[in-house]
Design a binder for this molecule. Structure first.
Ligand code: NAD
Length: 380
């Protein structure tokens, strides 16, 4: 049988600088009997020139040839779906739960859609494929650098002949993957760091990074399923935001990362709380989204300076702002998944496999992933 052809697209979304496959991942795929096609310029904005891919054994092609020849199209976000051939396979972060009707359309065209964001995250054997974790980790790091760059004072304690500067006080709200990386990064820059999470299990992780864990009395422990937080009721959220307000006012920098899968992010920092912060303080809302974020006034992709001098940064696609590291990690994740999906060099969909059951969204003309199908049928 002919070798399977895998095509890597140049990302189309505005501001997206990542690429799905890096040159160092090409030989691994070739060893598994895969031919790799790269859309010319796909890696340029992440600093991977076409020549490096060619040297690694890939074929550089124009977009028409890519969509015509590839059996499997690899992307970071959604590739231009109108360019996909009926019957083709596409792998990327397709956010099926936000776009269930689009998934139904792909199913109707006989396209097999595979989404890395559906991966079961607690399976040890799937960890190397966990792009949500690898990209969120990068985002947590970048959020702190952005905050430090915007904050117009030192992060570390500095004692010089020109005086002493106190270390910055940084508060991280939500101590999952992004929050823990943010804590570690802010500590390495010399800040005094405190953190809060509704899951009490995170206390030990926060403390092991040298940060202090804040415990609130107004909210019951909020561990949900699969290591995630449960959604708090409106009353609980209001009580939490009220108790957090006094802590927030005492910090120079606040980084918010709280998410609940499939829900609007919890509102933790109200506009009133921001009014109580000192001029020069900085907030980075990593949960900022069109649905709203953790900070009442944040807007994704925008920086707002309030009348009392607080800069509120609504983060948008932070991993794309560190495209080289983000692409390196993503390439390892997507190659590991691709190799898992191949049997004797050919794509072998097997919905009895726990990993595939999570990531395969459409196949054989149907939406097969349970969570996406439930949304389409109005069951979720
Ligand atoms: P996430 O992005 O869904 O949420 C980020 C954090 O926000 C979580 O820690 C959550 O508890 C917190 N949060 C949500 N609502 C909150 C609220 N109202 N107040 C305060 N905090 C709130 O989560 P994540 O970062 O993807 O990971 C969450 C958990 O899953 C962690 O325990 C993580 O270690 C675990 N995880 C495990 C694996 C693995 O085993 N391979 C992979 C990824 C994540």
């Amino acid at each position: 049988m002919a070798a399977v052809q895998v095509g890597v697209v140049k990302e189309a979304a505005a501001g997206e600088r990542r690429v799905a496959l890096t040159p160092d991942a090409v030989p691994r795929l070739r060893d598994a009997g895969v031919d790799v096609l790269i859309e010319s310029g796909a890696g340029t904005s992440a600093w991977f020139p076409d020549e490096d891919y060619a040297q690694a054994g890939a074929t550089i092609v124009d977009p028409d040839a890519l969509y015509a020849r590839a059996d499997i199209v690899l992307g970071v976000g959604q590739p231009p779906l109108d360019r996909l051939r009926d019957g083709q396979t596409v792998i990327g972060m397709l956010t099926p739960l936000l776009n269930p009707t689009l998934m139904a359309e792909l199913a109707g065209r006989g396209i097999t859609a595979i989404s890395l964001d559906g991966l079961p995250r607690t399976l040890t054997r799937a960890q190397g494929m966990d792009a949500l974790t690898s990209q969120t980790n990068i985002a947590g790091y970048k959020a702190v650098l952005l905050a430090a760059d915007t904050f117009e004072r030192f992060f570390p304690l500095l004692i010089t002949a020109a005086g002493t500067s106190k270390p910055a006080a940084v508060l991280v709200l939500g101590a999952g993957v992004a929050g823990l990386q943010a804590i570690g990064t802010a500590r390495r820059l010399g800040a005094v760091v405190r953190a809060y999470d509704v899951r009490p299990q995170s206390k030990g992780e926060v403390e092991s990074l040298g940060a202090q864990f804040i415990e609130l009395t107004s909210v019951e422990a909020g561990a949900g399923e699969g290591g995630y937080a449960r959604a708090l009721s409106a009353e609980e959220q209001a009580a939490q935001a009220a108790e957090l307000a006094e802590h927030i006012a005492k910090h120079d920098v606040v980084i918010t990362t709280a998410q609940v899968p499939g829900r609007r992010p919890p509102l933790m920092v109200t506009a009133d709380t921001i009014k109580s912060m000192r001029a020069g303080s900085v907030i980075v809302d990593m949960a900022a989204s069109d649905l709203g974020g953790n900070v009442e006034i944040s807007q994704p992709g925008e920086t707002i300076v309030t009348t009392n001098g607080v800069t509120v940064i609504g983060a948008a696609n932070l991993p794309a702002q560190m495209p080289t590291s983000a692409s390196n990690a993503y390439a390892r994740n997507i190659s590991a998944l691709l190799l898992h999906l191949l049997d004797e060099g050919q794509l072998a969909i097997d919905l009895d496999d726990e990993i595939q059951r999570g990531v395969v969204i459409t196949h054989d003309g149907s939406v097969v992933q349970p969570a996406t199908a439930a949304l389409l049928e109005g069951r979720a």
